[in-house]
Design a protein around this ligand. Structure first.
Ligand code: HEC
Length: 466
């Protein structure tokens, strides 16, 4: 096999129908790539009723993908559906499966190289290099973060932590993004406790800028006005017993001791004055005065809740917590953070995990992984309004809206495999999904497959339009 690959460019040149294709030094899109699509694909993927909604009659069409999702992920041939489908030694061998000849090894090799080099278009740029609105999804089954353009609603990059000094066991826990999109931060844990773990800062081009090493980092929240962020601890870990304040500019840290174990939920009031966290170990809320980092505690009443996450209303006066153990969501009045008032708990019929307000404060969306549903709360009436169920909503974890709140994005682990992908590739488990919900009607409008047996954890924040 290796031999054929090595010699096909020279020795066999005489018989090669497309001589010199493997010798190409710089791939020119129109000359080398579009010609393959024109001769092999546009019969079915042309302008009029293209198969699967995928048009291959030009770069700008190709990069928009099919009606289901992206065809290629720039720099990641390994994650690109087009490459996996076309592989002459792969399981599907498209378009042979629809009655046409497969690509030659040379044609396939060139396509694959072009994707790995960034799928450069006719004007010399990689697709989606200047996207405005990006969503980052942490996967908890592989050391990967998927980057989604929330306007195009497709995956535009896959960031592999192993390329940045982390091991195969590394697992992204949570991501937060600067409001102008210039930098993003990811907490990286590991399935092996001896591994390097910490919070890593990347720029928009996914170049690593800095890091702060700490065991079991969890959720991340940015301070609304100051140049700091806060980090809690991962759901699976009890130690260390501290929160972290990190200076975003240089990733210098202050550890805030919290006395008890299992620090998880994390939210900052929109005024930037107080931070709320809580423990999955003892039922206490941690309240940090951000002007002096003084810590106080609030005893949570009733059954054991184990809050997974908090969501604070845009007004800063109300906060909901997801009680994983009590199977409820619980409301707190936090208008006076030094005098928190615990209000009602609503039975959610499962273990709620993540939750988020719509920017207009009218609704709260709650993920309920073990019940495969999203529960919608009416935030004004403080009642459950409805449940959203769909084949794509399978073990939902992270929930986040885009900046104007028109869409909700739900990252699903699909750990039971109850969502079946449209094509399965051998050796890959069931894919995770990103389900897009229209918040005006609370209906699912798209299911984006997030590939390679991936399982998602939370992702929250969306970069507002500039
Ligand atoms: C004879 C018609 C035909 C030809 C030729 C053809 N395709 Fe397809 N293609 C289809 C059909 C039908 C589907 C949808 C069903 C499927 O996935 O097999 C499809 C699906 C795809 C998909 C998956 C879309 C998605 O998101 O599910 C990709 C990628 C793709 N084609 C790429 C190509 C490329 C690249 C070529 C040229 C090398 C090509 N196709 C040639 C008919 C064709």
């Amino acid at each position: 096999m290796m031999m054929i690959g090595l010699f096909s460019g020279c020795e066999l040149l005489g018989d090669d129908p497309t001589p010199g294709i493997t010798d190409v030094e710089v791939i020119a899109y129109d000359q080398h790539i579009q010609t393959i699509f024109d001769s092999r694909c546009v019969d079915c993927h042309g302008a009029s009723s293209p198969s699967a909604g995928l048009r291959l009659d030009g770069w700008t069409h190709l990069i928009q993908g099919s009606k289901f999702g992206e065809a290629i992920v720039p720099f990641s041939a390994h994650d690109s559906r087009l490459v996996k489908l076309l592989d002459p030694i792969g399981a599907i061998k498209h378009p042979k499966n629809v009655g046409k000849e497969i690509l030659s090894d040379d044609e396939f090799g060139l396509l694959k190289r072009w994707v790995n080099e960034g799928a450069i278009g006719p004007l010399g740029a990689s697709p989606f290099s200047s996207s405005l609105n990006l969503l980052y999804v942490a996967h908890d089954a592989e050391p990967v973060i998927s980057v989604i353009d929330t306007d195009a609603q497709i995956v535009v990059r896959r960031v592999r932590l192993t390329e940045y000094g982390f091991s195969e066991n590394a697992r992204a826990q949570h991501v937060a993004v600067e409001p102008d999109g210039s930098f993003w931060y990811v907490s990286v844990g590991s399935t092996r406790s001896s591994d390097v773990q910490g919070v890593v800062k990347f720029n928009r081009q996914n170049v690593k800028i800095g890091q702060y090493l700490t065991p079991n980092p969890g959720l991340i929240v940015l301070h609304p006005t100051q140049n700091v962020l806060y980090v809690s601890r991962s759901l699976s870990a009890n130690e260390p017993r501290s929160l972290i304040e990190l200076r975003r500019a240089d990733m210098l840290a202050i550890e805030i001791p919290t006395t008890f174990a299992g620090i998880r939920a994390l939210a900052v009031r929109p005024f930037g004055d107080f931070l709320f966290s809580s423990s999955t170990d003892v039922d206490q809320m941690v309240i940090v005065d951000l002007s002096n980092l003084n810590v106080s505690f609030f005893d949570i009443a009733g059954v054991k809740h184990e809050f997974g996450q908090f969501a604070i209303a845009p007004s800063g006066n109300r906060m909901w917590g997801s009680g994983m153990e009590s199977r409820t969501v619980t409301l707190f009045d936090i208008s006076n953070p030094t005098k928190v008032v615990q209000r009602q708990s609503l039975n959610i019929g499962g273990r709620p995990l993540d939750l988020t307000y719509l920017p207009d404060a009218s609704k709260v969306y709650v993920s309920v992984p073990d019940a495969n549903k999203i529960t919608v709360l009416n935030a004004h009436l403080e009642l459950i309004e409805r449940e959203i169920r769909h084949a794509g909503i399978s073990d939902p974890v992270g929930v986040t809206t885009n900046s104007d709140g028109s869409y909700l994005f739900v990252a699903n682990r699909n750990s039971s495999g109850s969502y079946s992908p449209r094509q399965s590739f051998p050796g890959e488990g069931s894919p995770g999904t990103l389900v897009v919900i229209d918040t005006a009607s609370d209906t699912v409008v798209k299911v984006i497959e997030l590939g390679s047996g991936a399982a998602m954890t939370g992702s929250r924040f969306v970069v507002p339009r500039r």
